[in-house]
Design a protein around this ligand. Structure first.
Ligand SMILES: [Fe+2]
Length: 266
């Protein structure tokens, strides 16, 4: 009745998107030709995510932050181990000892990728043993004594900050070249009992994590203010180097028109 042909009407349907469920996480791929999730993230990363998601409590805290800077600047600072004692002297530095990275890591700035899923990776740092009175009340993820970080390329930073007793992530969503919306999330490990201490634990830990993260945001907003000056010209950070290698990957390899998932030459 609106002038649409019968054939057109027969083919009308809702848009379909690629969807994968990994533990408690749902990945939606908006591409018309979505990558297989194993091509996007390694089996190792996906298995880890699946296992640790079993330990995340259903009570969580989340907020949105609007940062006046480019989303990649946020990724740069969270991936930079050197910034911690200088940007967070009164927050995370009081809990996590600073271990300077080796000179090999600092100088080894050239990345070459052969698979997209190599762009996502996990790091492990030792943590001092610190028992909180609520720790025995949760089913912790077995990472005692370590601070785990996962970088899910391109925009998700997932952390297990307290030896498996809690979880947090920040996801960057670019709005404009100098404006980013960040989803920040915190949850304890799964509660064994519904004790009245948990609302206090959540508020304190969420506040502490957010305070730490807002120190990163403030620093990068200042860097953004210098973005048009010569100061930033040619100064690629760790994350930008990954992005550069990723751009090279697509420059050298016609991914969408190929069934191959590897890069044949550097
Ligand atoms: Fe930071």
């Amino acid at each position: 009745m609106y002038g649409f042909s019968k054939e057109y009407c027969q083919n009308i349907s809702l848009l379909e998107y690629g969807l994968e469920i990994i533990g408690k996480f749902i990945f939606i791929n908006l591409s018309h030709t979505p990558l297989k999730i194993e091509d996007q993230f390694s089996i190792f990363m996906l298995e880890d995510l699946k296992n640790l998601s079993k330990h995340i409590d259903t009570n969580f805290s989340t907020t949105k932050i609007h940062a006046k800077c480019n989303w990649k600047l946020i990724m740069e600072i969270v991936m930079d181990p050197l910034h911690i004692p200088f940007v967070h002297p009164s927050t995370i530095s009081t809990k996590r000892p600073f271990v300077p990275p080796s000179s090999t890591i600092i100088h080894n700035k050239e990345f070459n990728y052969y698979r997209i899923n190599e762009l996502s990776y996990k790091t492990t740092t030792s943590l001092p043993h610190e028992d909180e009175n609520w720790h025995p009340l949760v089913e912790s993820y077995p990472s005692k004594g370590t601070y785990l970080e996962y970088y899910f390329f391109p925009n998700l930073h997932f952390i297990v900050p307290t030896g498996g007793f809690s979880f947090a992530y920040c996801a960057q969503f670019p709005q404009e070249y100098n404006l980013t919306t960040i989803n920040y999330f915190y949850a304890t490990a799964k509660r064994k009992v519904n004790h009245r201490i948990f609302p206090i634990v959540n508020i304190e830990a969420f506040g502490f994590g957010l305070r730490t993260f807002l120190e990163d945001v403030a620093m990068m907003e200042n860097v953004q203010l210098s973005a048009n000056s010569d100061l930033l010209t040619g100064n690629f950070g760790n994350y930008e180097m990954h992005i550069k290698a990723w751009r090279n990957f697509f420059r050298d390899f016609d991914y969408e028109n190929s069934n191959e998932t590897t890069l044949s030459s550097k």
